[in-house]
Design a binder for this molecule. Structure first.
Ligand code: NAD
Length: 349
């Protein structure tokens, strides 16, 4: 396996392979860029089929974090880590402690947060061994406290982003009567659905878990459709909130929505799909811009939590998107390309 010449290597500052035989730890920590501050990003635990797959994933994800944090005006760099293994069967206290010790050895150049396969509870556990974990503190909300889970902040940012996209593409401020199709009503998707429902939107939802769908139907009056029906609905907005690569050669031709705006990471299967959306007159809110609420939430936890400041910062997602949309319109370029250019200006590529 080559690393330096991988497409996703993209000038990473540092890639660290960590192991602890007794604890069964095999992990990779990637620091893409630290121009703006320490690299912060999730720690993913996944039973990768090969080491190469794990390397590719960590490099791609950590590079993405540099762009996400720079775009969100955070004093953070981009990084990510992966632990190779099945989180259901192989995540032991010994393994988490060994990983935490590996973090500690990096002296804060990389800060880990929860991701697929790790949880707030895991971060709290690791905090016994290292100072370099985030997303652990309970935070005040309008009606009580919530855990360190950044999902509500991500959902709020996505809601703000949908409002910005509606303003740009449909020239309207109100979401009353807006028709939205949501793919995936998990932690983020359900909370987004609730906010859209409260703003007067009509919802169509899909998921692979029946209980999530039943909740959206009974609590929010959402219409439930099968997973492969969600793309072709006659709606205004398609909101991908499940897995990556929702926008690809099979799904884009089905879209009737004028807007694609959702929380999922890596929504475009390939960059050319952003060009295809533009060609079809579909406005795409770049994923890492609209879903930055979670990282903004974690950043505010680190600088001293002030709820009003957090909300103002998340609402800045609207300004970022409006700037991207205006520049993309003027320069006749895909929104994703314009977002990358702005992020690169901000982190000084
Ligand atoms: P989640 O696992 O809670 O929710 C994802 C939902 O998608 C689940 O209910 C799952 O059943 C459903 N799903 C999976 N495959 C599907 C398919 N083929 N068709 C329809 N539904 C399917 O995850 P989440 O935390 O809500 O995150 C959702 C997306 O947002 C992910 O792409 C994640 O990377 C991204 N994201 C999340 C955050 C955050 O703060 N949680 C931050 C930034 C980005």
């Amino acid at each position: 396996m080559t690393v330096f010449s991988m497409r996703d290597f993209a000038n990473h500052e540092q890639v660290v392979f960590c192991s602890d035989e007794r604890a069964g730890l095999k992990a990779i920590i990637a620091v893409h860029n630290s121009n703006l501050g320490p690299a912060l990003g999730g720690c993913r635990m996944w039973p990768y089929a090969s080491e190469e797959e794990a390397v590719r994933d960590v490099l791609r994800l950590s590079r993405g974090m540099t762009y996400k944090s720079a775009m969100a005006n955070l004093k953070l760099g981009g990084g990510k880590s992966v632990i190779i293994g099945n989180p259901r069967t192989q995540k032991t206290p010994e393994l988490l402690a060994a990983f935490a010790r590996a973090l500690e050895r990096l002296n804060g150049r990389y800060i880990a947060a929860e991701d697929s396969g790790t949880s707030v509870a895991d971060m709290k556990f690791m905090a016994q061994y290292t100072a370099h974990v985030a997303g652990l503190s309970d935070k005040p909300t309008e009606d009580g406290m919530r855990s360190g889970d950044p999902s509500p902040a991500t959902a709020y940012g996505t809601f703000i982003g949908i409002r910005a996209a509606v303003k740009e593409a449909l020239q309207r401020d109100s979401l009353e009567g807006l028709r939205v199709a949501i793919q995936g009503v998990g932690n983020v998707g359900f909370d987004l659905a609730r906010q859209l429902h409260e703003a007067g939107a009509s919802l169509w939802v899909t998921d692979i878990h029946q209980d999530a769908l039943e909740r959206a139907r009974s609590e929010l009056g959402a219409t439930v459709v099968a997973p492969d029906e969600i793309f072709g609905l006659d709606v205004d907005v398609f909101a991908p909130c499940a897995l990556g690569a929702a926008l690809n050669d099979q799904t884009i031709p089905q879209l009737k929505a004028r807007i694609v705006a959702g929380a999922a990471n890596n929504q475009l299967a390939e960059a050319r799909h952003g060009v295809e959306l533009m060609r079809r007159g579909i406005l795409y809110a770049p994923d890492y811009v609209i879903n930055a609420g979670g990282i903004i939430d974690i950043y505010h936890e680190r600088i001293g939590f002030d709820r009003a400041a957090l909300i103002r910062h998340i609402e800045g997602i609207q300004d970022n998107l409006l700037e991207i949309f205006a520049r993309a319109r003027k320069e006749e370029r895909p929104t994703g390309e314009v977002a990358d250019a702005i992020a690169e200006e901000r982190f000084g590529k």
